[in-house]
Design a protein around this ligand. Structure first.
Ligand SMILES: C[S@@+](CC[C@H](N)C(=O)[O-])C[C@H]1O[C@@H](n2cnc3c(N)ncnc32)[C@H](O)[C@@H]1O
Length: 218
């Protein structure tokens, strides 16, 4: 199939190939039994500090929090089991494969990527450099946001440039407040008086990706 580039809202040539990704082992959809006003995704939730407080503070939102590393996920699951939050789904999986198989297009209000692995020796693995980012944007609703935080200024500089130049997204960048305590990594960096940055990217009206109609869940 030939892609008509002028119809796309970004300028990434190499396309992500969702068909090549098998479902994560033991994949099953979370049982969301109630209607929630909003659906939010957190990628790389670590031990779940942000996910747990977010779910507690936002009872009308359902949060799907994904963490790949076994011991971090186990710590997250242990903390979550004491809190009984119906609006939180914990997923132990690779977020790329899980998102492909578990998230419908145009369904997510907000995506958090808080203090991702820096991938300084492998910049192709930084989230905004990956072809997968186009797929991720296709899952976001118009007006929805991707929130990225990092303590690495060069990571933030690159992410901001990619967001604007490649992904053609309206962005807001700012410094994280020194008393913010959203995640374990944020607490650690701010305690050392390091600067942390946040980039908020908004999906504008009329934004098109090559995956807008791609839905594994039908
Ligand atoms: C530096 S830690 C930050 C954890 C947490 N967000 C925090 O700020 O405390 C990055 C986390 O992302 C997770 N991660 C990296 N790539 C992932 C992927 N593809 N799918 C799910 N989790 C991933 C890692 O396992 C790690 O726990």
């Amino acid at each position: 199939m030939t892609i008509k580039k002028e119809k796309l809202s970004h300028v990434k040539d190499r396309a992500f190939q969702p068909d090549k990704l098998s479902a994560p082992r033991d994949f099953k959809m979370p049982a969301i039994t109630k209607h929630y006003e909003h659906l939010v995704l957190e990628i790389g939730a670590g031990k779940g500090m942000h996910a747990l407080s977010f779910a507690k503070d936002n009872p009308s939102t359902h949060l799907i929090a994904i963490e790949r590393t076994r011991n971090k996920f186990a710590a997250f699951a242990k903390l979550a089991s004491a809190q009984h939050l119906d609006n939180l789904s914990l997923i132990h999986a690779d977020a790329i494969a899980w998102t492909v198989h578990g998230i419908a297009p145009d369904s997510i209000d907000k995506i958090y990527i808080l203090y991702p692995n820096p991938e300084q020796h492998n910049p192709n693995q930084q989230w905004l450099n990956m072809p997968f980012f186009e797929f991720l944007l296709s899952r976001l609703r118009v007006g929805g946001e991707v929130v990225l935080a990092t303590n690495i200024e060069s990571y933030m500089d690159n992410a901001e440039q990619q967001a604007i130049k490649v992904w053609q997204l309206p962005t807001k960048r700012y410094q994280v407040a020194a008393d913010s305590r959203r995640t374990h990594f944020e607490v650690k960096y701010l305690a050392r008086a390091e600067s942390c940055w946040q980039l908020v990217m908004i999906k504008p009206e009329g934004y098109h990706t090559r995956f807008d109609a791609w839905n594994k869940m039908q």
